[in-house]
Design a protein around this ligand. Structure first.
Ligand SMILES: *Cc1c(COP(=O)(O)O)cnc(C)c1O
Length: 399
């Protein structure tokens, strides 16, 4: 038998991370404790000094968190991982661990709304500047890099335009300019089953584990995966001192549980999405479909290069004004109007008034987020039922 670390994705998502317990429980117990007893004052001292392994206090580590960290590090192909209270907790703990006054971030302009807000409004208060560029053409990245650049940050496919960014090329350009630059990829839309940015040259992967990784819509959670040295910095500075954004042991248990079925859920999300994208593309009320799996989509070739499947997320534009779009979404019976994504339920939302309302109208236009854009997180229902629901509200718009 090979080592567990060399076994396939399906096996590792189930077996990696199991912690030892005294009664042989199949599933790790939930270590619902804030602190850990030391055998002696001397032992406590050694643990604080880093001379002895062992738990101290749950903001510094807990076996329930450790179980998911080991699983995530293995699946993303990183040396180590840190789990956090939310995706924003992962992103802010990561950025606080790298940046100081006078530094600069270069980011793709289509970003998760709160990431955009953190960079454009939050970090600027502390003397960090962010340049937002269109990374679908990497010449823009070449031109934007400067002595001050410490971070290159993007999602791919981007939220909500599904723009695909070539991870390997972007990392090469950034590192050729300065090997110290940290290339950070938000892999929330794909999960490691679909795309592994570290294998393409990225330095750090961040996640909103709220979404596909957990997959059941019942927790808010985040994660950072990178080399062991950087993860130590995130844990012992970014999280311990700067954000305190730690995952509760209960949420860690649920996340480890959700991740045991990641591959089969992603297979179904992606297969359903492909079918629905083709339906939407052929519907006369639809102006444009943004889905990496469609040959007509601009980023299709790059997607084939770096994604194993084409994902469960898409956006589409209707031949209708904002009010007609809202009226159509309000009539859906099966698809649920809600933000978030990656759940068993199909979720539909209007980025301009919801997830991306942190953008001004000029910023929305520049990032290609139109008033008529609708984002769809395809669920695990029967795809024909989802299509029937969409068809019923789209048909009247085609007349
Ligand atoms: C939801 C989301 C986030 C933020 O994660 P939270 O868990 O809500 O804090 C970051 N990036 C992407 C791409 C997301 O979809």
């Amino acid at each position: 038998m090979k080592d567990l670390k060399d076994l396939s994705f399906a096996t590792r998502q189930i077996h990696v991370g199991k912690q030892k317990n005294s009664v042989g429980a199949l599933c790790d117990p939930i270590y619902m404790t804030s602190t850990f007893a030391f055998d002696s004052v001397e032992q406590g001292g050694r643990r604080f000094a880093g001379e002895e392994d062992g738990y101290i206090y749950t903001r510094l580590g807990n076996p329930s968190q450790r179980a998911v960290e080991e699983k995530l590090a293995s699946l993303e192909g990183g040396e180590d991982a840190a789990v956090t209270a939310s995706g924003m907790g992962a992103i802010s703990s990561t950025l606080w661990s790298i940046l100081k006054q006078g530094d600069e971030i270069i980011a793709e302009e289509a970003l998760y709304g709160c990431t955009f807000s953190l960079m454009s409004h939050g970090l600027s208060e502390f003397g960090v500047t962010a340049k937002f560029i269109d990374m679908s053409s990497l010449d823009n990245l070449k031109n934007a890099l400067s002595e001050k650049t410490k971070v290159v940050y993007f999602e791919t496919p981007c939220n909500p335009t599904l723009t695909v960014i070539d991870i390997e090329e972007a990392a090469k350009i950034a590192h050729e300019y300065n090997p110290e630059i940290k290339v950070i990829v938000d892999n929330t839309f794909c999960t490691p089953y679909v795309q592994r940015p570290l294998s393409k040259g990225a330095d750090i992967v961040v996640h909103s584990a709220t979404k596909y990784l957990n997959g059941h819509g019942d927790i808010v959670a985040g994660a950072v995966i990178s080399d062991a040295e950087f993860i130590q910095k995130v844990k012992m500075f970014g999280m311990k001192d700067m954000t305190g954004s730690i995952m509760s042991p209960f949420n860690a248990f649920l996340l480890a549980r959700g991740m045991k079925t990641l591959d089969i859920r992603m297979e179904r999300h992606c297969a359903n999405a492909m079918k629905i994208a083709k339906f939407l593309e052929s519907h006369p009320a639809v102006k444009k479909v943004y889905y990496p799996g469609l040959e007509s989509f601009e980023g299709h070739k790059t997607a084939l290069k770096q994604m194993d499947l084409m994902g469960g997320m898409m956006s589409f534009e209707l031949k209708a004004d904002r009010d007609q779009v809202a009226a159509a979404l309000n009539k859906l019976q099966l698809c649920i109007v809600a933000v978030s994504l990656g759940d068993a339920e199909t979720l539909v939302e209007h980025p301009a008034s919801m997830t991306h309302s942190t953008y001004s109208s000029e910023e929305l236009a520049s990032a290609g987020i139109s008033e008529g854009l609708v984002r769809l997180s395809v669920g695990l229902e029967d795809p024909d039922d989802i299509i029937a629901d969409l068809k019923e509200v789209l048909d009247p718009l085609a007349k």
